[in-house]
Design a protein around this ligand. Structure first.
Ligand code: DP6
Length: 345
């Protein structure tokens, strides 16, 4: 049996009855208030909450096939075996199998439509798509908050990609992490911002977010202050989103991105994710804003710059960034949907 589901359908609507194969799509998200640091590395519990937007144009499509002949789970990413991601995927699948009462191993075929591990949130869309496809393949109907929790175990930012539009990840208090989950804040259509991504280098980044966070928490003299301050930024961003106040969101998002990078730079050895082109883009975005264009930037654990703007200004921002020497590609996107099933067999 093959049923094709519309992208607007959630996993709840699909109710697969005899699925052994399921395909899901999840979209990358970029944090406006950054997650950087863990309170528990084993369960991957964040030390700070975070707020993000999900993007339409960047996504991972993942097929999960339950296969009783497999001795262990296999992860194929863009057609190649991916041992590092396989380990994390297996840990997440173990949790889902336990809850669903399933024993079969899984073959996972995953495709990103954008560069992997280059600061474009491929682990976020990847684990959100995996959990969404795996729960459907195992015929385990579960609330979004549970999928968010499982996705978080794969990658902290993945908890947010379960939702579309604007979402907030809670730091949580419980030791078992059941309250360290994301929740939706605002639909994509309610405040249709646009994002222009300036690619300044396509290769994989040097120090992963996971490793960078660990090093920062262990060695930066400013780590405690970062954790303590985060709730203020979360309050400001939540209020700005509720009021659709672009300037207020711009202020807090740039402050959070620069604080995160300043913090990472203060680790020993310091983490430097920017390249000269990254910096040139940041200055250009600030110039555009000073001239009256509603645009602000954010940068994750890589050298790409994400410029968030009002829809009428997308073309102008995209042209300005593409003219910067060292920018190899510019990708534009509207805000995107929640993780969703594409089909089940
Ligand atoms: C800079 O979610 O990739 O993008 O939980 O170790 O997998 P792990 O880290 P990850 O970190 C994302 C860090 C960030 C900021 C953010 O997305 O909030």
């Amino acid at each position: 049996m093959i049923r094709v589901l519309s992208s607007a359908m959630s996993i709840h609507d699909s109710k697969p009855t005899d699925a052994a194969v399921a395909t899901a799509r999840a979209h990358a998200n970029f944090a406006l208030v950054k997650y950087w640091g863990k309170r528990n590395s084993e369960l991957n519990l964040p030390d700070v909450g975070s707020i993000s937007i999900t993007l339409d144009a960047l996504h991972t499509t993942t097929r999960v096939t339950l296969d009783q002949n497999l001795q262990r789970d296999e992860l194929w990413l863009n057609g190649q075996r991916s041992p590092a991601a396989e380990l994390r995927a297996r840990q997440v699948l173990d949790r889902i199998r336990e809850a669903a009462g399933v024993s079969s191993c899984c073959r996972i075929d995953s495709e990103n439509n954008f560069p992997t591990a280059a600061g474009l949130a491929s682990s976020a869309s990847g684990f959100a798509a995996l959990v969404t496809a795996a729960t459907a393949a195992m015929r385990y109907d579960t609330p979004e908050s549970k999928r968010s929790e499982w996705a978080r175990m794969g990658s902290g930012s993945a908890a947010r990609s379960i939702f579309g539009g604007f979402s907030e990840m809670a730091k949580g208090r419980l030791d078992d992490g059941t309250d360290s989950v994301a929740r939706p804040l605002l639909d994509a259509a309610a405040w249709p911002l646009e994002v222009v991504v300036a690619i300044t280098r396509r290769e994989q980044k040097g120090v992963s977010s996971t490793e960078g966070m660990l090093r920062t928490a262990q060695t930066s003299p400013f780590y405690k202050a970062w954790v303590k301050h985060q709730d203020q930024d979360l309050d400001l961003a939540r209020d700005a989103i509720a009021a659709q106040d672009f300037d207020a969101l711009a202020d807090v998002a740039e402050a959070s991105a620069l604080s995160m990078h300043g913090l990472a730079m203060s680790a020993r050895p310091g983490l430097l994710y920017f390249n000269p082109t990254t910096l040139a883009c940041l200055h250009r975005v600030r110039e555009l804003r000073a001239e009256g264009t509603p645009v602000f930037f954010t940068v994750d654990a890589g050298p790409q710059v994400k410029a968030i703007c009002m829809p009428d200004h997308r073309h102008q921002v995209s042209t300005a960034l593409s003219e910067i020497s060292g920018v190899t590609e510019v990708i534009s996107s509207v805000l995107g949907p929640a993780a969703h099933l594409i089909d089940t067999v």
